[in-house]
Design a protein around this ligand. Sequence first.
Ligand SMILES: [Zn+2]
Length: 267
Amino acid sequence: MPELPEVETICNAIEQSIDSPKIDKFKIINNKLRWKISGNIPSRVNGQVIKKIYRRAKYIIFEFDHGCLITHLGMTGQFRRIQNDYTSHKHDHFLIKMSDDNIYVYNDVRKFGSIHWSANVDKHFLMKNIGIEPLTEGFNSRYLKNRTTKSKMKIKNFIMDQKIIAGVGNIYASEALFLSKIRPNKIANKLSKSMCDHLVKSIKVVLRKAIKYGGTSIKDYKTLDGNSGYFTQKLSVYGLDRCKCGEKIKNVKISGRSSFYCPKCQK
Ligand SMILES: [Zn+2]
């Protein structure tokens, strides 16, 4: 599933590739996504100018004067950019044709993605309970210590909880815990102040580095131009057999998700 760095990469790629931000035509191809695509979307956005494209948590937000399109890539959602006539691919769901001839086509094999229109993005049901953005100043060791003190969750589940921290999923939770030398099954309220400090820094380092490398391609993730993300080569534990210290990496299930850690480096 695309996480913060992959969504940020796609957001930036779309924004940078648009010459003229006016939408010529929004076309629904197959409305069956996680939520049925509303038939009202074309009339809201056709002829309108996109003011800004940005990421919030794992959502891509297209902002207009009168509201926003909120897109989630689900498990297998991909945007591809074409500049000629549209030729349909299996699993295409909608396309956005810009007045500059760029066409952005959303394709989703497993159909867990979504697109909604909202006049007020912060109050939308998908957005209103989302936690802090990890790359903001507000996400610091004081914030994490405060929140972990009251929690009996395993720390990996804790940092993946979208109501607490936005955008961190299985890959980057595993990588950040490795970098901060903390085992994924440690109980949140057992983290010391210095562990919280270390973990905050590690989450920021891992996410920034992953953005720099265009995200991680494990299965389906592709950037806008069809390339893979190069952070895959930079992973330390996720999906790997052996740690750089030589120890065999453990893969345990935590809440049903594969969780990788090095028993020697992480205590
Ligand atoms: Zn190790």
